[in-house]
Design a protein around this ligand. Structure first.
Ligand SMILES: NC(=O)c1ccc[n+]([C@@H]2O[C@H](COP(=O)([O-])OP(=O)(O)OC[C@H]3O[C@@H](n4cnc5c(N)ncnc54)[C@H](O)[C@@H]3O)[C@@H](O)[C@H]2O)c1
Length: 512
């Protein structure tokens, strides 16, 4: 990618990356887009080390003031999801253009301040919403503009990404440190706030903006969340949104037991959908009109983009940003569109809190509407990440909590998969599935299960009233603690392996 030339100019952009976790996903793509990464900033020492290894000679620091004092044209803000507005404003005030990770802001008042900082400084601001720019979504946007679907009547978009593990680990799988605490925002942020990956695509396809939202509260969630029940992380985030073009969109986010992102648009002339097998179209204007799968043709840049993350989306956000800096051509998510795509999450959460009260989505292009929200700092209450264990408790026996959680999530789930798939084993049609996906993963971990469960029990015993104990107990129940500790699970899985004609590790005589 670094040898390919996309823009026909020798001008370069000096970029700093603030937040070196997700922020570094863009690193590889930069060179091809005339971007030199000249500085990085992160509190985390490992991430700073990784940054310098990839980018020797670049400046790196944990100190944001020192970082912002560097000679850079622009900053990629990839810090905590709830801190983007403050950090973006700080960069703008320091004279840097901004590409901000999603969401753009956490409260309406922050949104007002962000819009006005962009207007006052005249600098470029773009939101790095990447999901609209997968090859299929770009194709749908082109076809929508050509009129293939007519007007959209209704659409369903989802971003289902179960990230329980990220309550207890960083993106790279390292357990959160200190081990008795949990992730700064991934441990508690309600899914409604993360609404841009599903709403963004429909906004880009049709060009419409959201105008009204409603959501109902759900109470149930998968086991293992650290926050007490309620509208925190865990329950489904489903909202209905009226768009400015008259369409209704169901926007679905959350941590569920199925991460398939199904997408459907129903137009006045035709329909389209994306499911696990790709894209289909139904064209002809009727409910039973001809339907077939299609494969969008790729242009040269699509092919280049394919190697970047998120089905090409990461390439395109960087491309749009660089293009505006080099040529002044606007990107799809300027600060107003960033507000359009962020506000429905804030108001959907508020609607669910108010048991389904609908909310209008203000248009922050208009100062009069901004004035109404200038002082509106209402937001989800955050979870104090130091309180997984009771405040004031001696946490010396809890220092491995996040690493236990990481192991227990994995182990409880492979046990659950075995127990439940055995229940329906006779009906499985896919040959080889049971051994490869269910039996083998359990066999490979079976020796480690008792110690993971015992480590979990030790923490539960030491701090029985804590949020940590509740989360651990939920997972021990999911993971059939009695079955594991009695040795019965081992007997069952080895028997199943023999039945399926495979040799289990203990049959080889290599164990112990
Ligand atoms: N668009 C996408 O597909 C996508 C994918 C992953 C993450 N994201 C977004 O990117 C952002 C970052 O994601 P992540 O998983 O790396 O999150 P994270 O919270 O694990 O990482 C944020 C990083 O920023 C650093 N940081 C925060 N404030 C800082 C400060 N003031 N000074 C120095 N360092 C600071 C932290 O040390 C941390 O390493 C999130 O907002 C997330 O929503 C987007």
């Amino acid at each position: 990618m670094s040898e390919t030339r996309v823009f026909n100019t020798d001008r370069r952009i000096r970029l700093g990356i603030w937040g070196l976790g997700r922020g570094m996903s863009f690193f590889k793509t930069c060179a091809a887009l005339n971007i030199d990464v000249v500085a990085g900033c992160d509190y985390n020492e490992d991430l700073r080390r990784g940054f310098v290894e990839k980018n020797p000679g670049a400046f790196v620091t944990a100190d944001e003031e020192e970082f912002l004092a560097q000679d850079m044209d622009a900053v990629l803000v990839a810090t905590y999801a709830t801190a983007h507005a403050d950090h973006a404003i700080k960069c703008l005030r320091a004279g840097k253009h901004v590409l901000s990770e999603v969401p753009a802001f956490f409260t309406p008042t922050e949104g007002v301040r962000l819009v006005e900082a962009v207007e006052e400084t005249g600098l470029v601001y773009q939101l790095a919403e990447n999901y609209p720019f997968s090859a299929v979504n770009r194709y749908l946007a082109r076809k929508y503009r050509e009129g293939l679907f007519g007007k959209i009547i209704y659409a369903e978009f989802s971003y289902l990404h179960e990230t329980l593990r990220l309550t207890y680990t960083y993106l790279n799988g390292q357990p959160v440190e200190p081990g008795h605490t949990v992730h700064t925002w991934r441990s508690w942020l309600n899914s409604h706030y993360y609404c841009t990956h599903s709403l963004g695509p429909v906004m880009v396809i049709t060009g419409a903006r959201p105008v009204r939202v409603v959501a109902l509260p759900g109470r149930n969630r998968i086991p293992g969340h650290i926050t007490p029940a309620g509208l925190t992380k865990g329950p489904i985030g489903a909202s209905l949104i009226c768009m400015s073009d008259g369409a209704v969109v169901r926007n679905l986010m959350g941590h569920t037991t199925d991460d398939t992102n199904i997408q459907r648009i129903f137009g006045t002339r035709g329909s389209a959908g994306i499911d696990g097998d790709g894209l289909w179209l139904r064209l002809g204007g009727g409910g039973r009109s001809p339907k077939a799968r299609v494969e969008p043709a790729m242009d040269e840049l699509d092919v280049l983009a394919r190697d970047a993350g998120h089905k090409g989306g990461d390439f395109w956000v960087l491309y749009h940003f660089a293009r505006e800096l080099l040529y002044g051509e606007k990107g799809p998510f300027d600060v107003y569109r960033a507000a359009d795509v962020t506000l429905p999450g804030i108001f959907a959460y508020r609607s669910a809190r108010d048991n389904g009260l609908p909310y209008d989505i203000p248009d922050f292009r208009k100062k009069g509407e901004r004035d109404k929200f200038r002082g509106d700092d209402w937001h989800q209450e955050s979870y104090d990440v130091r309180t997984a264990f009771p405040p004031g408790a001696d946490v010396s026996q809890a220092s491995d909590f996040t690493s236990v959680m990481k192991d227990l999530i994995k182990h409880a789930r492979i046990v659950r998969a075995f127990v439940d798939w055995m229940n329906v084993a006779g009906q499985v049609r896919e040959e080889g599935f049971l051994y490869k996906e269910v039996v083998e993963p359990l066999l490979s971990e079976i020796d480690d299960l008792p110690s993971t469960y015992a480590r979990a029990r030790r923490i539960v015993g030491a701090y029985p009233e804590s949020d940590a104990a509740r989360a651990l107990l939920e997972l021990l129940e999911l993971g059939e603690e009695d079955l594991v500790l009695s040795g019965e699970l081992r007997r069952q899985v080895e028997e199943k392996a023999r039945e399926l004609g495979r040799v289990s590790p203990s049959d080889t005589g290599e164990e112990e």
